[in-house]
Design a protein around this ligand. Structure first.
Ligand code: FES
Length: 134
């Protein structure tokens, strides 16, 4: 089910945003994170050993550390600069920092597709575009 509102010259729909193709799955090493840029936003994509993907904002809220370079297990990632810890499934801080935004990352036709949190589709339906990789 979707909700649609209009007014002010635009239409807002509650359908998920179009995905952005950030590259082939084989470019994402198992058990590691990789930073990509999606619509100008740095996103850290993590490939779990069980096949899942997680995606969080890539910049640590503590002091700007590179979250994609952190050590991960099946549940958390540890920022490499000062060792703050964030849940991979939610972005929630486990060490008293601000939470990281969580995004959707899925595999479609062998490629990793990211949908940013809080973004909504333009009228006309979703599609998949290609993104810039860091
Ligand atoms: S910058 Fe991430 S823990 Fe300090």
């Amino acid at each position: 089910m979707s909700a649609t509102t209009s007014g002010g010259g635009g239409v807002v729909t509650a359908e998920p945003a179009a995905g952005v193709d950030v590259g082939p799955l084989e470019d994402f090493a198992v058990g590691e994170g990789r930073a990509v840029v999606v619509d100008g936003r740095q996103v850290a994509v993590f490939r779990h050993r069980d096949g899942r993907l997680s995606a969080l904002d890539a910049v640590c809220p503590h002091a700007g550390g590179p979250i994609a370079d952190g050590q991960m297990d099946d549940r958390v990632v540890v920022c490499p600069l000062h060792l703050n810890v964030f849940e991979l499934s939610t972005g929630r801080s486990c060490s008293g920092q601000r939470d990281l935004a969580r995004h959707e990352a899925v595999v479609e036709d062998g490629r990793v597709v990211v949908r940013l949190a809080g973004r909504w589709a333009a009228p006309g339906g979703p599609g998949t575009r290609r993104a810039t990789r860091l």
